[in-house]
Write a protein that binds this ligand. Structure first.
Ligand SMILES: Nc1ncnc2c1ncn2[C@@H]1O[C@H](COP(=O)(O)OP(=O)(O)OP(=O)(O)O)[C@@H](O)[C@H]1O
Length: 719
């Protein structure tokens, strides 16, 4: 998933980003519920004095008669002062597990007369999904529950109003993205809340675990934040977590086993089908036949944006009402597509993973996997979107050896070469920086480092998090935009603004064209202004319509905790440690996809394999324990699905030479293998290699085989 899907912005935005969602609730789509009659689990009788209060809040404030799944147990535990992990399926009602306590704290305090009215504290919700946070806050406000969200596009007045509300104990819930916890100003404002952070809710909590399927380094810092901010209790929520991931979450927040509330992933109304195809099969025809046999609203998942466009077009040509959906599309077009899909009884969306989150259509009849998903978790989350109304629905997984190519492109593309890791660390601890003392800060542009060291910015994020959390070298304390541009929409108003900041910005603005570039660093250095004041000035102009502002290039700000490595030996040791960590990650990612393939190609009921993977040894069904679901491909045929025997070709010396001739580098076998395999990296672009006939010339080969072959070639070349 790309960062933009998580709505990340710079902390410059944070200055003006604390949205005070107004009571004029914006019409947001509220999620509908999954049909839980089919997934309910045995209730354990609980006897907690807080329960009565929780039920009252559920009824009176949320208008719901009963708790479901294990909501009641989780809420009671939180209200009694404990921490919890909640693993419910998508749409299972995880949010209520922290929303009910967030509202009930105040009443609990009133009943026990333990705290003053304004000292009940706040529930802080950390979620990576900005769009969903906003939907939730809107829904809460409609119920007159006081909530606000952090967002990258709010004006200063709203920001100040929310600050004021927080300071005066007038908010019950505040939502933000994990990256916000890097901003020291934000942490300080949280510390000033009377009553403190009563509850910290961590959504998508599997991101905390390096064993999780979508580990996010920023999540590792949440546990540190919880300690430092002295949060009273924590609730971690996820839809998919293997026992190992649950263990990691529990360890990070010291949650005991009795605080784990988990329900089954088994969905009896889903018929799980799979089929394997040879490389040159006509897959579009296979899909069309499936769709004709299984009419109804459908999502077809593919890996690439281009693939989504092409397949949607092919389906249209075959008479289906199909549309593409991916992160690269215009927001308006995406919204329109969603709008059309929600009431439709026959539409087919061909989508990348960008589609699905927050879209709750109860009658999706089919989910098709046209390309291989990354992990069992992704597969389950995606099939979980089918049949939320409890009616029979079909999930179809098409498997072919050529589909692995794309997965490998992603996996192998992430790992930098050891050489470049060394060079990166050399720059991080440059002689200039070594002069810095603990407490000093320095700035880094991931954008520039991505190009200089051929390392993707997501990987840079992981490397810096390791240096921060494992080596404790520094701390990320914020981020800011490196480039500001503006274009004057009302030049007269600009001239009339005679504040010192205005004069400084206008005097230093450069550019003869419409857009003027402002170098904030230079104004700060030469004229002694504070950066936040300058940013605020530009934002205010923008809000008033005097200018249009464009911001680009994020610079990350770090504060040194201890001296940086001072010699090559130390640098090499850290580089080697990071390289091993990257290698492990690569192997894990490959294993994760393999686990999914093994699941589909084993001699076992698919549903049974899935529940075992998630650590459910005795999933209950209406007829006993789940052994065979009765309607997956295995149960229906008792024939094992096998991948066609299509071994990867061995690289020829002619092919190897073609790549060696195209590339000036002779000391980086991985880089050469990436050219041959067709993995795009920042250097491929700068060196013009993507246009070379050598690029993608060995995409059928096994990537690791290519690395080995180029190791030998490099040795020969360097003799
Ligand atoms: N006890 C309940 N009774 C009736 N409806 C409920 C109950 N709990 C939750 N719901 C409804 O179920 C829907 C889904 O809830 P929610 O968004 O919390 O699910 P979730 O588990 O967080 O899903 P996701 O994994 O997609 O974030 C909401 O509309 C919510 O109001």
């Amino acid at each position: 998933m790309s960062d933009d899907e998580f709505g990340l912005g710079s902390d410059d935005d944070f200055e003006a980003a604390l949205v005070h969602a107004s009571d004029t609730a914006i019409a947001g789509k509220r999620k509908q519920s999954i049909d839980i009659a089919t997934t309910s689990s045995k209730k354990t009788k609980i006897d907690s004095p807080s329960l009565e209060l929780a039920r009252k809040v559920l009824k009176e404030r949320f208008g719901l008669p009963n708790f479901r799944l294990k909501q009641e147990e989780a809420v009671a535990r939180i209200l009694d002062g404990g921490s919890a992990v909640v693993v419910f399926p998508t749409g299972g009602g995880k949010s209520l597990c922290y929303q009910v306590p967030a509202v009930a704290f105040k009443e609990q305090d009133r009943e026990s007369s333990s705290r003053a009215e304004t000292h009940s504290g706040v529930t802080l919700v950390i979620s990576p999904l900005i769009a969903l946070m906003k939907d939730q806050v809107d829904a809460l406000l409609r119920r007159k529950i006081r909530a606000a969200v952090l967002n990258s596009s709010v004006d200063r007045a709203q920001f100040l109003a929310t600050q004021d509300d927080l300071r005066n104990g007038r908010l019950d819930l505040i939502y933000c993205a994990p990256e916000r916890l890097n901003a020291e100003g934000f942490i300080q404002s949280l510390q000033a809340i009377p009553g403190g952070i009563r509850l910290l809710a961590v959504d998508e909590a599997h991101c905390i675990s390096e064993w999780g399927h979508s580990f996010r380094p920023e999540y590792l810092k949440i546990a540190r934040f919880a300690q430092e901010a002295k949060v009273e209790r924590v609730i971690c929520l996820t839809a998919t977590a293997t026992p190992r991931v649950v263990e990691d979450i529990c360890a990070a927040f010291s949650i005991p086993q009795e605080g784990v509330f988990k329900t089954t992933v088994y969905r009896p109304n889903l018929r799980l089908l799979a089929e394997s195809r040879t490389k040159d099969a006509d897959e579009v025809t296979v899909l069309c036949n499936f769709l004709r046999k299984n009419p109804g609203p459908t999502i077809v998942y593919v890996t690439l944006q281009k693939g989504a466009e092409e397949l949607a077009l092919s389906l249209k040509r075959n008479g289906f009402d199909a549309k593409p959906y991916h992160a690269g599309m215009d927001t308006k077009v995406k919204e329109k597509t969603q709008e059309l899909f929600l009431p439709s009884k026959k539409m087919i969306i061909v989508a990348t993973i960008a589609f699905g989150m927050g879209i709750d259509k109860p009658d999706i009849r089919n989910i098709v996997h046209f390309d291989v998903p990354r992990t069992i978790e992704d597969y389950c989350q995606q099939i979980g979107r089918a049949g939320r109304d409890g009616l029979p629905s079909v999930c179809f997984f098409k498997l072919s050896t050529k589909d692995f190519y794309l997965r490998n492109v992603f996996t192998y593309g992430d790992r930098p070469s050891l050489n470049n890791l060394r060079k990166l660390l050399g720059e991080i601890s440059s002689p200039e920086r070594r002069k810095l003392q603990a407490g000093d800060s320095f700035k880094v542009s991931f954008y520039a480092q991505e190009k200089d060291f051929d390392i993707r910015s997501t990987t840079l994020g992981i490397i810096y998090a390791q240096l921060e959390l494992h080596f404790k070298l520094f701390r990320r304390v914020g981020s800011e935009y490196s480039e500001y541009k503006y274009f004057a929409k009302d030049p007269g108003a600009l001239t009339r603004d005679s504040t010192p900041e205005s004069k400084a910005i206008q005097a230093s603005a450069k550019g003869t064209q419409k857009w003027k570039t402002v170098d904030l660093e230079q104004i700060v250095a030469r004229r002694g202004f504070s950066r936040p004041d300058l940013v605020r000035k530009l934002d205010t102009w923008n809000e008033k319509g005097m200018v249009e502002v464009k911001k680009a290039g994020t610079t990350n700000v770090f504060r040194l905790e201890k001296p940086l490595p001072s010699n090559q030996k130390e640098i090499d040791e850290i580089a080697q440690h990071l390289d091993r960590a990257m290698e492990n990650k690569e192997l894990q990612d490959l294993k994760r996809t393999q686990a999914l393939i093994d699941l589909i190609t084993s001699k076992e009921c698919f549903a049974h394999s899935i529940t075992s993977y998630f650590g459910e040894s005795n999933t209950a069904t209406s007829t006993g324990t789940l052994e065979e679901c009765g309607h997956c491909t295995w149960c229906e045929t008792h024939k094992q699905i096998t991948l066609p025997d299509e071994p990867a070709p061995v690289p020829t010396s002619f092919q190897l030479k073609q790549v060696m001739d195209a590339c000036p580098m002779r000391d980086d076998p991985r880089f050469l293998a990436k050219i041959a395999f067709g993995i795009k990296t920042p250097w491929m672009r700068t060196l013009g290699l993507q246009k070379s006939p050598a690029f993608e010339s060995m995409m059928d080969c096994d990537f690791m085989e290519l690395v080995r072959a180029f190791e030998a070639e490099c040795k020969k070349a360097n003799k």
